[in-house]
Design a binder for this molecule. Structure first.
Ligand code: C2E
Ligand code: MG
Ligand code: MG
Length: 569
C-alpha cells in the first residue's frame, strides 16, 4: 500500500478529525514504518492505514507467496500475530502489556505508550519501536504505529563502529565463520581512564576527539576483525591473539591528547578474554573481559589484565563482601581506626584521619582497597561512610563531654556520597547543629573522586566549606587532573600522595616536584600534609621544604578507637 492509497483511504474515515488528519499520517506514513493503524476501543476492531510488505529481511506481514496479511479483524488478533515473532525473553511482558486496558492506562499517566520490542524475522533479529497515542477529541480511538529501529540500535553513528546489539550479533556470526582451528582470538574490553576529566577540562567536543583517537589507535594496534562501542568510552573488539602483544597493550596505556598548546595524558585500559570456546555467548565474553578490566589495580604498573581464575575468584569474593556488608555493619565487624597526624615542626599530634577496618568472619581482616571499590559499584559505600561519620562524631563528642583532649578528624567521602541526598542532608544537619562537627570533622575527597564530581556535588563541598568545614584534597598527585583540581576548588589542606613521598632520596625530580607543590599550595592558601612518611630521611626533606603536617608509619600507624584515645590522653 503506498502513501497515495493511504491518503485515499484516510478520506473514508468517519467524520471525527483531530490532529491525526493534519500531520501524523503525513510524517508517519513514510519509509521505515512497518504499520500505521487505529483501534476502535468500543469493539477492538482494527483498521490499517499503512502496512508494509516485507521482503527478504522478515516476512512478518506476508503470508506464503508474499501476499500481505492485512485481514486482521481486531487489535487482539493483530497482537497475537505479532506475539508469535517476539523473542522468547520478551514474550511474557509483551502479552501482559500489549492489551488495550494497559495501553490506555499508561497513555493516561504518561501521554503515550512506547516500547521497543525485538522480533525474529526470517533471517535475523530486528528491533521495533511500537507507539500508541490517543487524542482527546476521540476518546474511543487508539492510534498505533510500529517502525524498525534495528539500524540505529545496531550501529554507533558517532564512531561508525557497531553498537552493543550489532556487535554481539555480528561477532557471533563472525566467530562461527572463522573456521581455522589453529587461529586463536580474544575479546578486548577497553576503558579510557581520565575520560570524564577531559570532558570537564576541555569540553565535550574534545571528549569526542579522544574517543576517535582511541578508536583509531585500537584499530591500528590491535587490528580487530570486529569492533564496537558499548557506551561512552568503552570499546569492545575481537582480534587474533598475535596482535595482543605486551608492547601494544602497554602503549595503549600511555596516550596523549593534543589540542592546540594543551596536552593531556590518558590511559586506555584493557580487559582481555581469550576465546577458548567460540560457542560461548559474546555477552558472556564481554562480561569476563570487563571483569578483567575492572580488576586492574594500578594502570601505571599494568594497563591491562587477562581474564583468568584469579579474576573470577576475586570477583566472587567481591560479590560475597557486597552481600555480607549490611549484616557485618549490624554485627559490628566494621570498626573505625584512627591514624594520628603530627605537626611537622613540633611532632605533636594535631589531627587524625579515620580509616575503616573490616574484620570479616570468613576472610579475616579485609583491606579497604578491596571492599571500597566494590561498595562504590554496589551502592553500599554511603551507608559505610555514614557509619564512619557517626562513629567519629560520637567519639569526639564523648571525649568533649568528659573534658578530654580532642583533635580534628578527617573522614573519607566517596564520590557516590555526594549524590546521596540523605547523606548530604545528614552532614548539613550535623554541621549546622554542632560546632563540634564543623571544627572537628573534616572531609577528604580524593583527587580522582573530585575530578568525577558534577556541579551540584561541588556545590555541597562549597556549602560545607562556607560553614567552616575544612576540605582536604586526598592523594594529590596520583591522578591526572592535579593542577586543574587546585585551580577549581580552594581546598584547605592538600595531602601529598604517598607515591611522591616514597621517591624522596631516590629521585631528584620527585623532590623538586614536592617542593613546588608545597610552595604552590601555600600560595593558594592551603597547607600540606605528606602521606605515608616512613623514614627519617623523608621527614627531614619534607621539613626542609616547609611541609606543614606529617602522616605515616614513622610516627603513627592507624589504631583502634581505644588505642587512639590512650594516645590523646
Ligand atoms: P587514604 O585516604 O589515602 O588513606 C591513607 C592510607 O595510607 C591508609 O590506607 C593508611 O593506612 C595508609 N598509610 C598511612 N600511613 C602509611 C605509611 O606510612 N605507609 C604506608 N604504606 N601506608 C600508610 P588504608 O587504611 O588501607 O585505606 C586505603 C584507602 O581506602 C584510603 O586511602 C581511603 O581512600 C580509603 N578509605 C579508608 N577508609 C575509608 C572510609 O571510611 N570511607 C571511604 N570512602 N574510603 C575509605
Ligand atoms: Mg584519606
Ligand atoms: Mg590519601
Amino acid at each position: 500500500m503506498d502513501t497515495n492509497e493511504v491518503m485515499t483511504r484516510q478520506t473514508d474515515r468517519p467524520a471525527g478529525k483531530g490532529p491525526v488528519d493534519s500531520y501524523v499520517w503525513r510524517t508517519v506514513v513514510d519509509n521505515g514504518y512497518d504499520c500505521v493503524f487505529d483501534v476502535d476501543l468500543t469493539d477492538d476492531s482494527i483498521r490499517f492505514y499503512h502496512l508494509k510488505q516485507f521482503d527478504s529481511v522478515d516476512t512478518l506481514f506476508c503470508e506464503a507467496g508474499g501476499q500481505a496479511k492485512n485481514n486482521f479483524a481486531t487489535h487482539t488478533e493483530f497482537r497475537n500475530f505479532i506475539e508469535s515473532f517476539v523473542v522468547p525473553e520478551e514474550r511474557a511482558t509483551y502479552v501482559e502489556q500489549f492489551v488495550n486496558d494497559f495501553i490506555c492506562k499508561e497513555i493516561k499517566e504518561r501521554g503515550c505508550f512506547v516500547r521497543t520490542i525485538h522480533l525474529f524475522g526470517a533471517n535475523e533479529r530486528r528491533s521495533k519501536s511500537v507507539r500508541y497515542y490517543r487524542y482527546d477529541d476521540e476518546p474511543n480511538r487508539l492510534i498505533g504505529y510500529m517502525f524498525d529501529i534495528s539500524a540505529p540500535l545496531d550501529h554507533d553513528w558517532m564512531t561508525d563502529e557497531y553498537a552493543r546489539l550489532g556487535f554481539i550479533d555480528n561477532a557471533e556470526r563472525l566467530l562461527a565463520e572463522q573456521s581455522a582451528e589453529d587461529e586463536h582470538y580474544s575479546l578486548v574490553y577497553t576503558n579510557i581512564k581520565g575520560f570524564k576529566a577531559i570532558n570537564d577540562l576541555f569540553g565535550e567536543q574534545s571528549g569526542d576527539m579522544v574517543i576517535f583517537q582511541a578508536r583509531d589507535i585500537l584499530r591500528t594496534l590491535l587490528r580487530p576483525i570486529i569492533m564496537g562501542r558499548l557506551e561512552n568510552d568503552h570499546f569492545v573488539l575481537i582480534t587474533k591473539d598475535e596482535y595482543l602483544g605486551e608492547q601494544s597493550l602497554r602503549s595503549l596505556g600511555s596516550q596523549i591528547y593534543n589540542e592546540g598548546f594543551k596536552q593531556y595524558g590518558f590511559t586506555i585500559r584493557c580487559g582481555v578474554y581469550h576465546i577458548t570456546d567460540r560457542t560461548t555467548s559474546v555477552g558472556i565474553m564481554i562480561d569476563r573481559a570487563k571483569l578483567a578490566e575492572n580488576s586492574i589495580k594500578d594502570d601505571t604498573v599494568n594497563p591491562y589484565v587477562i581474564f583468568n581464575d584469579e579474576v573470577r575468584v576475586n570477583y566472587v569474593k567481591q560479590r560475597v563482601l557486597i552481600s555480607d556488608m549490611r549484616n557485618s555493619l549490624d554485627t559490628g565487624e566494621f570498626k573505625p581506626y584512627f591514624q594520628a597526624i603530627v605537626d611537622a615542626n613540633t611532632s605533636r599530634i594535631c589531627s587524625a584521619e579515620a580509616l575503616v577496618r573490616w574484620q570479616h568472619s570468613n576472610y579475616g581482616m579485609v583491606s579497604p582497597g578491596e571492599f571500597i571499590p566494590a561498595f562504590e559499584d554496589g551502592g553500599q559505600i554511603t551507608a559505610l561512610d555514614k557509619f564512619m561519620l557517626d562513629r567519629v562524631f560520637e567519639f569526639n563528642l564523648e571525649r568533649a563531654k568528659n573534658f578530654k583532649l580532642i583533635v580534628p578528624c578527617a573522614i573519607n567521602l566517596s564520590r557516590i556520597d555526594f549524590y546521596n541526598m540523605d547523606m548530604m542532608d545528614h552532614l548539613l544537619d550535623l554541621y549546622s547543629n554542632s560546632p563540634l562537627a564543623t571544627e572537628y570533622i573534616r572531609i577528604e575527597v580524593t583527587e580522582s573522586a573530585y575530578a568525577d564530581l558534577e556541579k551540584n556535588a561541588i556545590d555541597y563541598l562549597n556549602r560545607f566549606k562556607s560553614m567552616g568545614v575544612k576540605i582536604l584534597l586526598d592523594d594529590f598527585g596520583s591522578g591526572m587532573s592535579s593542577l586543574s583540581t587546585l585551580e577549581n576548588f580552594a581546598f584547605n589542606i592538600v595531602k601529598l600522595d604517598m607515591g611522591f613521598v616514597r621517591k624522596i632520596g631516590i629521585q631528584k625530580k620527585a623532590e623538586v616536584i614536592i617542593k613546588a607543590i608545597i610552595e604552590m599550595s601555600h600560595s593558594l592558601g592551603a597547607t600540606v600534609t605528606a602521606e605515608g612518611v616512613e623514614t627519617e630521611e623523608q621527614l627531614k626533606y619534607l621539613r626542609s621544604v616547609g611541609c606543614d603536617m606529617i602522616q605515616g608509619y614513622y610516627f603513627f600507624k592507624p589504631v583502634t578507637e581505644e588505642e587512639f584515645a590512650k594516645l590523646l590522653d
